[in-house]
Design a protein around this ligand. Structure first.
Ligand SMILES: NC(=O)c1ccc[n+]([C@@H]2O[C@H](COP(=O)([O-])OP(=O)(O)OC[C@H]3O[C@@H](n4cnc5c(N)ncnc54)[C@H](OP(=O)(O)O)[C@@H]3O)[C@@H](O)[C@H]2O)c1
Length: 290
């Protein structure tokens, strides 16, 4: 039963196929022109992990589409620098960008950040969860959770749970669907086999088990949220970016960093990925292409 859940696609609209789905209704060049100029100044996105790599690239693409973006990360200086870049990419005066500092290793910090968000805004159209690290070893947070699992699974569920009221409100009032995207590794890893006896990887930590668990738990969490009553108008997406040239390996041992450098010419740039991740998966609606 569990295996069956893992193999299904959680994406409501698989990003690789979305243009093909609507092909024949509008020419590819017309769709590209529409994508290039799409402007949504009334929409708001939150990008956790928006201070680097895939999340930062996604924040740029949202800003170009005049979506207001709040990025979340640890470094205030870096966050403020990116907010300036986002402002330079947006052409609408209605668009506002911001940064919230949050060390997302800790669940209590996530609750504080989400309370701040909910005190400032009643609506949220896009929630992107792209916070992540690479690690070969277990490191406990002060709350007793492994750091990597805290970022890749527990913290993502906490962000979604805390922000559900404004995601639901947006969909109810605006009539469009709200979208949550967890950027990790669907379809890449096996189900973690000790999930019943050692859910938090206390006895069975290894790089492979940690990768399997993060992927497996995200599949199940996105599926569970999508079936939860009240979430009918929210799309929950677990997306695989493939191999992208970012800062992800910065905390790995030197030999692994050299390995990643050697392989980096095979990786895509975040900009290449964004054509699919932001426009096709998140912004585009079927009626946009009819
Ligand atoms: N790059 C790839 O090839 C690839 C492949 C498959 C999956 N992924 C997944 O994609 C996601 C994004 O990775 P990326 O490649 O864009 O990596 P990245 O460039 O290293 O970005 C990671 C982001 O996570 C944030 N982060 C790390 N620790 C944090 C913490 N304690 N609290 C809050 N934010 C924290 C970082 O912000 P601060 O350091 O400023 O806090 C940064 O914005 C990750 O989950 C990764 O596993 C990446």
């Amino acid at each position: 039963m569990i295996r069956c859940v893992v193999t299904i696609s959680i994406q409501k609209r698989p990003f690789h196929n979305s243009s093909a789905l609507f092909a024949g209704k509008k020419s590819l060049s017309a769709i590209r022109a529409q994508n290039a100029t799409v402007s949504l100044p009334n929409k708001h996105a939150i990008v956790v992990g928006g201070t680097s790599g895939i999340g930062e690239g996604m924040a740029h693409r949202f800003a170009k589409a005049n979506v207001s973006v709040t990025i979340i990360g640890r470094s205030k200086a870096r966050g403020e620098e990116i907010v300036k870049t986002l402002a330079s990419l947006s052409s609408s005066k209605e668009t506002n960008h911001g940064f919230i500092a949050c060390d997302s290793f800790l669940m209590k910090n996530i609750q504080t950040a989400c309370a701040e968000i909910k005190s400032k805004q009643q609506s949220l159209d896009y929630l992107v969860l792209s916070q992540g690290i690479s690690a070969f070893q277990r490191t406990d947070t002060p709350e007793g959770i492994d750091q990597k699992l805290a970022l890749h699974y527990f913290g993502r569920v906490m962000f979604i749970r805390e922000l559900l009221p404004i995601l639901r409100h947006t969909a109810e009032v605006g009539g469009d669907i709200s979208k949550v995207m967890s950027v990790l590794t669907p379809g890449v890893h096996k189900p973690y086999k000790h999930y019943q006896s050692d859910f938090e990887l206390i006895q069975n930590y290894s790089a492979a088990n940690s990768a399997d668990a993060g992927c497996f738990y995200n599949d199940l969490a996105m599926d569970a949220f999508s079936h939860q009553p009240g979430n009918e108008r929210i799309a929950f997406i677990h997306s695989a970016p493939g191999f992208v040239n970012t800062n992800l390996g910065r905390d790995l041992p030197w030999f692994a960093q050299i390995g990643m450098k050697i392989l980096s010419p095979l990786a895509r740039t975040p900009e290449d990925l964004l054509k699919y991740f932001v426009i096709h998966s998140l912004i585009a609606n079927k009626q946009d292409y009819s």
